[in-house]
Design a protein around this ligand. Structure first.
Ligand code: FAD
Length: 543
């Protein structure tokens, strides 16, 4: 690489797909100086991902933008699977999930990108289009990326950290010499966005199977339907052969139990689903996120959702390390936490895809019996709903603190949202309290023991604030009572409905450190300031 280096950015994001836009937006809203480059001059107009899952919506809620998503999409409360040509389908229901969003939101990917791009530009960040990263350098305290414009001119961009969100064919991954291990799955998939004259229950994904293969139908706003099909008798093509509407129609006729007429295609393609992953998603000051790190079958609509959650997981950590509010070893947890999630989701979607594409009649029969007898059971339904929605994702495997008693949330668990009461507001939710930068420290006290412990609670809050400064925002939650916040040194909330105590497993003198991405960092019981300061030490730097 040659040429003079420009001013140093804090983070350079490579790629302005959904994951790059999310990472850059999350950094910008925390005041980090971020640059975003993308080699394309315009945004991709294809709507590949159509589903935004509940956990992703919760992450958007934590970023203050979930309403924008919900407003533009529509909720699908579950999916139906028909494993015989006739008979009742088996459903996976999301309604029982403990979340504000007990559904999949059907929203074309280009709209997800639009919302994220609007948010990014509201922080004054413009995507630098027509700028392709072609080389990388690692230095002890920064990185340099050579970025080539369409006219051939090169700029050397210096940044403290770089995030490669440059998709399945990632240049960053290649330049870091990280093999994309795995393979392409065997079956050729047919994809069409078309109009269909069928009375689908509008808000459900319908999966139909027969001995010819399977068809999945997902209606989206504007009367179009995404058809996703594997036809065993149409496997003698390559992915580059054009797909015609007539071929797709014939496949649907052969698999669906009744006639569905397809018209007005806006997208027709053949696709070979990958099942690939990198071994590491961090190399020193370089990070990878989204499709650059993991690629799997679109079954269950997980790809973009995983990537958006990668971006959310990494951004707050980078912001806190850059502001000297957290130790640099916090960045190690990105790989520890997300890599295991990628592996588990990839295996899950591979299994689902294989189950749908069984060709052996005996195995197809067994699949039907198993689905009807097992999938309909309540515990299995809950498990499937948790996995599909991302709500059951947790980072227990990578937690930094000690484990807690069984009834309470464990470090690494997702913290469910909870309604609270505070003076002078109609209501407030826990997730709204996590929107500001930094960790949320929540001390829980019961009214019967508050009088005796008032001084200790105020002492704990003062001790944590003096030690960690703005990295930790303290809050006191009580089960009832009216307490003067000025006396406590923190805002005071009332757990009127008991949600907080029940969902977090809180008792008197429980102390919780909540991460900005809505997972539990640390939890202990006791009001000694030294104990609290020590419990927070793996997560925060003294200020
Ligand atoms: C048919 C289909 C259906 C799908 N359905 C779903 C679904 O329902 N739900 C779901 O969650 N996911 C779904 N996915 C997956 C989803 O589309 C991807 O996971 C998502 O687009 C990944 O986003 P990304 O930002 O990581 O990468 P991309 O969207 O690929 O963006 C990468 C960006 O990086 C840029 N770039 C590349 N190289 C460079 C470089 N050297 N320098 C600068 N810029 C560069 C590119 O121009 C691009 O803008 C589906 C995918 C397909 C194909």
């Amino acid at each position: 690489m040659s040429g003079a280096d420009g001013l140093m950015s804090e983070v350079l994001v490579v790629g302005a797909g959904p994951v790059g836009l999310m990472a850059a937006g999350e950094l910008a809203r925390r005041g980090i100086a971020v640059r975003v480059v993308d080699r394309e001059t315009t945004r991709d107009s294809l709507s590949k991902a159509l589903v935004v899952h509940a956990r992703t919506l919760e992450i958007m809620d934590l970023g203050g933008i979930s309403d924008e998503f919900v407003k533009r999409g529509y909720p699908a409360p579950g999916l139906d699977v028909s494993l015989q040509r006739r008979g009742r389908p088996v459903s996976v229901n999301l309604r029982t999930l403990d979340t504000r969003f007990p559904y999949m939101l059907v929203l074309p990917q280009r709209q997800t990108e639009e919302i994220l791009a609007e948010r990014l530009s509201s922080y004054g960040v413009t995507v630098e289009r027509g700028s392709e990263v072609v080389a990388l350098e690692q230095h002890p305290d920064h990185v340099v990326a050579a970025v080539r414009a369409k006219d051939g001119r090169e700029e050397r961009i210096r940044a403290r950290y770089l995030i490669g969100c440059d998709g399945a064919h990632s240049t960053v991954r290649r330049l870091l010499d990280l093999p994309f291990e795995g393979k392409q799955l065997d079956s050729l998939v047919l994809i069409g966005d078309v109009k269909a004259d069928v009375d689908l229950v509008r808000s459900r994904i319908t999966n139909l199977t027969s001995s010819r293969g399977f068809v999945s139908l997902l209606p989206f706003l504007g009367d179009h339907v995404r058809v996703f099909a594997v036809d065993f008798s149409r496997q003698n093509h390559t992915r580059n052969d054009a797909l015609t509407l007539e071929e797709l129609q014939e496949t649907v006729n052969a698999i669906a139990p009744s006639k569905i007429t397809l018209t007005e295609p806006s997208w027709l393609t053949r696709y070979v689903a990958p099942s690939r992953q990198v071994r590491r998603i961090r190399v020193d000051r370089f990070f990878l996120a989204g499709d650059a790190t993991h690629a799997h079958s679109p079954a269950a609509g997980q790809g973009m959702n995983m990537g958006l959650q990668d971006a959310a997981n990494l951004s707050w950590k980078l912001a806190m390390v850059l502001r000297s509010q957290a130790p640099t070893r916090l960045l190690d947890t990105y790989d520890l936490e997300r890599h295991a999630v990628h592996t588990s989701v990839r295996h899950g979607t591979d299994q689902m895809f294989r189950a749908f594409t069984l060709t052996n009649p005996a195995l197809q029969l067994a699949r039907g019996i198993l689905t009807r007898t097992v999938v309909t059971r309540a515990p299995v339904q809950r498990r499937l709903a948790g996995r599909l929605s991302g709500i059951s994702i947790n980072y227990r495997h990578a937690h930094l603190g000690e484990r807690r008693r069984r009834a309470a949330l464990q470090p690494g668990d997702r913290v469910p949202d909870a309604d609270l009461w505070i003076a002078h507001r109609a209501s407030i939710r826990l997730y709204e309290l996590l929107r500001d930068p930094g960790y949320g420290l929540f001390v829980f006290a019961t009214a019967d023991r508050l009088a005796a412990d008032r001084r200790h609670i105020a002492g704990l809050i003062a001790g944590v604030t003096q030690t960690y400064g703005p990295a930790v925002r303290p809050h006191l939650v009580v089960d009832e009572g009216v307490i003067d916040p000025t006396e406590m040194g923190a805002p005071v909330y009332v757990d009127v409905a008991g949600h907080f105590a029940r969902k977090l497993g809180a008792r008197h003198a429980s102390v919780f450190l909540l991460r900005p991405d809505g997972y539990l960092a640390a939890h202990h019981t006791g009001l000694a300031p030294d104990q609290a300061v020590a419990a927070l030490a793996p997560w925060c730097l003294q200020h």
